[in-house]
Design a binder for this molecule. Structure first.
Ligand code: AMP
Length: 427
């Protein structure tokens, strides 16, 4: 039997109703905050991620699905392509390529699959879905302001609230600017020198190439050492410090609770200043529902103009998993309002006419087949949870009035064709 590849899965009904519920809520919220949708390719040049995510990150070092293009055209040959492991780099690439700042666009969202070759487990897949949002633009448009950080965080809280996820924790940190980072990395190097031998192979490499990434380490034996390392907060310059204070001031003003986590550095190199994660207890080891941060230097790193930005990516798989704690797919699915039972030869076309009229009134309609006995139609209507069953037989067509039965109460009435929709809409 053929199966979906390791780390991928089929999203099936009825669960897909929860996915749609989450995405519809996200679209509503994005509208309220004036974000606009952007759809970028699912694969990009490998170089984009090497430059945009960071050569030393786990994502780029170990997790990307990369291949050499073997196209026929000379220009395709030898091109290295990668399935996107995240979407900020792609959105910033599009922002630069299409000079989106000239159109006054600076708030974007995007929903779609990402790919990372990780060890699959609950809440961690090789194809997973993210809901991304990014604010990016010229500094003159206010994109460097701490008010944008707070706005993004408040948006996330509003979205979690809207879909009914309570008990989240917002973990907040400032990872400083590049100058702070240089000083911090130096301090880390010194602190690591006497202990690094006892750490995992990855950390030994990180200690040399990019000490900050030691904080990404998940190896349990390394954690006691990591706890003793200096934290970035001691190295923030005046600008980063006041920025961080102002983000917190606004969060307090709009009553968004947070906890400061000085070891939160996030696994992507491009973050500056604000970095954050929303976690949820229900998720076990993979407890981060979403993460994000500020990336003021990213546009320039990708060859664009200065364009400060901040964004986040929600792990939609994990959001849906958390949601399943309290909601079932059944609770967000709209069941058929009416199941139409054509009764006897020639009745399929009559049933089709009635169905098409009712669907125009925004009713959810399903229907059987003229070959079904009435008993079979009743069973089908019951199984799909229809509210009413409507019988379309020769007598009904002749009278232009139909037998409509409310399945829960068993109450049955005869309703003229012209009144059917109103009658079914009236609960
Ligand atoms: P990142 O792009 O690494 O900052 O991740 C943002 C969010 O995406 C995380 O908080 C997770 O919720 C989700 N995520 C990241 N990797 C995976 C994965 N392999 N499977 C499922 N969700 C993921």
């Amino acid at each position: 039997m053929l199966k979906s590849p390791r780390g991928t899965r089929d999203l099936l009904p009825p669960d897909t109703a929860l996915w749609n519920f989450v995405e519809a809520a996200a679209r509503d919220i994005f509208r309220a905050y004036n974000f606009h949708e952007i759809r970028t390719p699912i694969f990009e040049s490998t170089e984009l991620f090497a430059r945009g995510v960071g050569e030393e990150t786990d994502i780029v070092k170990k997790e990307m699905f990369t291949w050499e293009d073997r196209g026929r055209a000379e220009s395709d040959k030898g091109q290295s392509l990668t399935l996107r492991p995240e979407n900020t780099a792609g959105i910033v690439r599009a922002y630069i390529e299409h000079k989106l700042w000239e159109r006054g666009l600076n708030k974007f969202f995007s929903i779609g699959p990402m790919f990372r070759r990780e060890r699959p487990q609950k809440g961690r897949y090789r194809q997973f879905y993210q809901i991304d949002a990014e604010i990016i633009g010229p500094a003159a448009a206010g994109s460097q302001s701490p008010a944008r950080d707070a706005e993004i965080l408040e948006l996330v809280a509003a979205l979690l609230d809207r879909v009914g996820i309570a008990n989240w924790t917002l973990e907040l940190n400032s990872v400083g600017c590049p100058a702070d980072r240089t000083k911090f990395n130096e301090a880390l190097r010194q602190a690591l020198a006497p202990v690094v031998e006892k750490m995992c192979a990855d950390c030994q490499r990180r200690a040399v190439t990019n000490p900050l990434r030691v904080f990404d380490c998940k190896v349990p034996e390394d954690q006691p050492i990591i706890k003793t390392l200096p934290t970035i907060s001691q190295f923030l310059d005046e600008d980063c410090r006041t920025h961080f204070e102002e983000v917190k001031n606004i969060l307090n003003a709009v009553h968004i609770p947070y906890v400061e986590n000085p070891r939160l550095v996030r696994g992507l190199d491009y973050y500056q200043k604000t970095a954050f994660e929303f976690t949820h207890g229900s998720l076990g080891a993979q407890n981060a529902i979403l993460g994000g941060g500020r990336y003021d230097g990213l546009s320039e790193a990708l060859g664009g103009p200065p364009a400060p930005g901040i964004g986040f990516a929600i792990g939609e798989d994990r959001l849906v998993l958390s949601l399943m704690e309290t909601a079932t797919a059944e609770s967000v699915i709209r069941k058929p309002d009416v199941y139409i039972a054509p009764l006897g030869g020639g009745m399929n076309r009559e049933a089709a006419r009635v169905a098409s009229e009712l669907r125009r009134h925004d009713l959810v309609v399903d229907l059987g087949d003229e070959s079904f006995r009435l008993k079979k139609s009743f069973e089908a209507a019951d199984k799909m949870g229809a509210r009413y069953i409507l019988i379309v037989g020769e007598n009904e067509v002749a009278a232009d009035a139909f037998a409509l039965k409310h399945l829960a109460s068993g109450e049955q009435v005869t309703v003229p064709r012209a009144d059917l929709a109103q009658r079914i809409l009236r609960k």
